[in-house]
Structure formats: C-alpha cells, structure tokens
Write a protein that binds this ligand. Structure first.
Ligand code: PLP
Length: 404
C-alpha cells in the first residue's frame, strides 16, 4: 500500500495561542502551576496540554515531533539538538554493556567514529558489514547482538538498503532495526518497510536552509517514552534539547519538504544522466547503472524521485580538489560539507565527512580518494548548472580525457 508522507504532513494542523496559522513559539524554559499537586502529577506522567520544564517537553518541540511522526508514519517522535544526538541517544537507550551492534560499513563518518571509538568504552561492540550482503548480516548475528543499524541511502556511496529483508532477518532474531533516513526523507518510509526506529539529521533536507543543526527519532510511543523517562531516559538525562525558535522554523520548512525533494531529485537526475553520458563514473540511484536502481524503484514512495545526492569519481584527491575549487568559482555551488541546502554543496568525503573511516575500510567499501559528493540544489535552470560543471571539467583538463 503506497503512502504519501507529503499529504500526511500537510494534514497536520495546529494553531497558535491567538489562532495564529503557525503555532506560537514557547519562549520559556519553565512553566507555572496553580497547584503543586498538578506539578507532582506531571512529574509522574504526561497531562495533555501541561508542561513542566523545556528539557522534558515544550509545546513547539511537541508540535514538530508530531509532524515528523506523521511524515515517518510512526506512533511518536522526539526532536533533538543534532542528528548525532538522535543517533547516540537512541543507541544508548537500547544498548547496554556486553551488547553488540551490527552496522553497515557505509555510514556517516561521525556515526562510524561513535561506533568504533566511543561505544567500546562502555563495553558495547560493533561489527561492520556490507549491508548489501544479506548473508553477511545473517552470519554476523551472535548471542550478544541487540541491534542492526544502517542508512536507507548510504553516505556517501548512495547504496540502498533492502529494509524489508533486513528487518525480516532482524526480527527473526529478536533484534531491533534502526535506520538513518537523513539522505532520503519522503522518498522512503523505513518504518512502513519494517524498521523499528528511524533517525534523521534534520540539519539536512528536512530543514533545507543550512541555518541550524537538529535531529529527530521516530519510533513507537513506548520507545519515545523510554527516551524521555525522568529516571532513565537518554534524551532526558543527556539533555540534547532543540531550541524552540529552531523547532518553529524547522516546522515551517517541513511543510515544503515534499516540493523541495521533488526538485532536488529532478535536478540530480538531470545532472547524473549528463555526467554519466560524459563517461564519468557517476553514483546516483536514479541511473539504470546503479546496483540498487531496481530495488529503489520497488521500495520508494512514488512522486519524489531518487533524491538530491549524487557522487562522481575523479579517481584522485588532487583532481577532485581542482574540480571543486573550479566549480565554486563557476558558481555551481559551495565547496562545503553537509547537504540538503537549496544551493548545491560539494565535498570530498574521503577527506572530510568520511575521514573517520580508516583507509583500508574506505578501499573495501569502494570509497575512492577522488570521490566528489554533490548535494544538488534547487536551481531553476539546471542546464545552466550543467554547462558550468562542463566548463569546470574542461578547465581542469578532464573533459578531453573522456569519450564524448
Ligand atoms: N547522519 C547522516 C547521514 C549525516 O550525513 C549526518 C551529518 O552529516 C549525521 C547523521 C549527523 O547529523 P548532525 O550533523 O545534524 O549531528
């Protein structure tokens, strides 16, 4: 049964204090009570419409969480101050000393570093596997395994995880499946495909304006309540609270996400096809040459395209760097990390966002030193952008080398 996350978000209607079409921004860390009894009661359990302290809950963070739950079709959601805090809190809530995680080897560098360098300090170990190899996942499962972790569309190689089949493996062993859907909001609904927990860095497409850092966790009501439990909740006790002003602006931006994703995808598809025609090694799930193109066609929500991310392989870092500098001069976009901005952003993951991954692992996963990851913007005239990329390739001498 197909699902329309755009319409689902659109149907979420909340009003401000005076019937404002945008919910009022709550500008307080604490809330007053007429009776101490109600305050005590609220410590014990939620009371509809009552708030105690902004680290627990505040109205605007609640509204944003509810809208995100609609987008991911989850029972509940919790917004956080960053994507990393969404990931780390959810993991620390689920795993204890002695537990093991099976993780995709192609994940965001910060998550990789948390798994490889930080979790072992708490006695939690991580096995990295190729998520495209379902037998390898199956074989890696042991007595201590608690959780399988992957990205729906991986960073930076844009591999597509077969969530329905991975979730079957997870559930057959009583494991949870946690999925980072940062690269593909709207395009995929991992919870509907069998995942148990979805996390996002809202810093990227969901917000879309590169003006703040934020994250969220979408999951069952029971899990979200565990996260905010005053005695044992990772979010409550580690405290990565999203600021109310930011929550308000992200909520407004969320309502145009369906349109933005469509345009990001349309522009990325155009460029990916042209760049591949030039003979450049191009990674984009909307290309027939992409190893999981057919799988994506089967799993994606219709109408949003194949996403705004693409990567090209320039083979060596020097060439990649020269191209990026030239593309910035030609106004293709910015040489900057991050993604999902309305302008085009490009970086070399091997030496930035994936540099935490050791070289031998990068080689094993096919992440070349010359990979340029491009987050395609909302350019009105994408042919003009393509011509600027062509000029940049020509200036660095790459065009002459290719069979046009
Ligand atoms: N997940 C993915 C796929 C990312 O690309 C990033 C950041 O680049 C993160 C998580 C971390 O998010 P944040 O920077 O908002 O903490």
């Amino acid at each position: 049964m197909s699902f329309d996350p755009g319409s689902s978000v659109q149907d979420y209607l909340v009003f401000g204090e005076f019937g404002d079409v945008n919910p009022s921004i709550t500008d307080s860390s604490t809330y007053t009570f007429l009776s101490p009894d109600t305050m005590e009661e609220l410590f014990d359990h939620e009371i509809e419409g009552c708030f105690l302290y902004s680290r627990h809950w505040n109205p605007i963070n609640k509204y944003l969480s509810q809208a995100l739950a609609r987008m991911e079709d989850s029972e509940a959601a919790q917004v956080t101050a960053s994507g990393m805090s969404a990931i780390t809190c959810a993991i620390l809530q689920l795993c204890s000393t002695g537990d093991e995680i099976i993780s995709s080897r192609t994940i965001y560098g910060g998550t990789y570093a948390f798994f490889k360098n930080f979790l072992p300090r708490f006695g939690i170990s991580v096995k990295f596997v190729n998520m495209m190899d379902l037998d390898a996942i199956q074989e890696a499962i042991g007595d201590k395994t608690r959780l399988i972790y992957c990205e729906t569309m991986s960073n930076p190689l844009l591999e597509i995880a077969d969530i329905p089949r991975i979730s079957k493996i997870a559930h057959a062993h009583n494991l949870q499946l946690m999925v980072d859907n940062t690269f593909s909001p709207m395009l995929f609904s991992p919870l509907r495909m069998g995942a148990d927990i979805v996390v996002h860095s809202m810093t990227k497409f969901i917000n879309g304006t590169s003006d703040c850092v934020a994250g969220c966790i979408c999951a069952s009501d029971a899990f979200i309540h565990q996260l905010i439990d005053v005695n044992s909740g990772a979010n409550m006790l580690l405290g990565p609270v999203l600021d109310s002003y930011r929550a308000a602006s992200i909520l407004k931006n969320l309502h145009s996400l369906h349109l933005r994703m469509r345009k990001h995808s349309e522009n990325a598809q155009y460029l990916a096809e042209r760049l591949e025609e030039l003979g450049l090694r191009t990674f984009y799930p909307g290309l027939a040459s992409h190893p999981q193109h057919e799988l994506m066609k089967k799993l994606m929500n219709p109408g949003f395209g194949y996403g705004g991310m693409l990567a090209i392989d320039l083979e060596d870092l020097k060439t990649a760097n020269r191209l990026m500098v030239k593309m910035q001069e030609e106004k293709v976009g910015y040489l900057a990390v991050s993604l999902g901005y309305f302008k085009t952003l490009f970086s070399s993951p091997g030496h930035s966002t994936s540099s935490e991954i050791p070289e031998e692992d990068r080689v094993a996963m096919g992440l070349s030193d010359g990979l340029v990851r491009i987050s395609i913007g909302l350019d009105n005239d994408i042919e003009r952008t393509y011509q600027r990329i062509l000029t940049s390739l020509r200036v660095i001498g790459r065009l002459d080398m290719m069979p046009v």
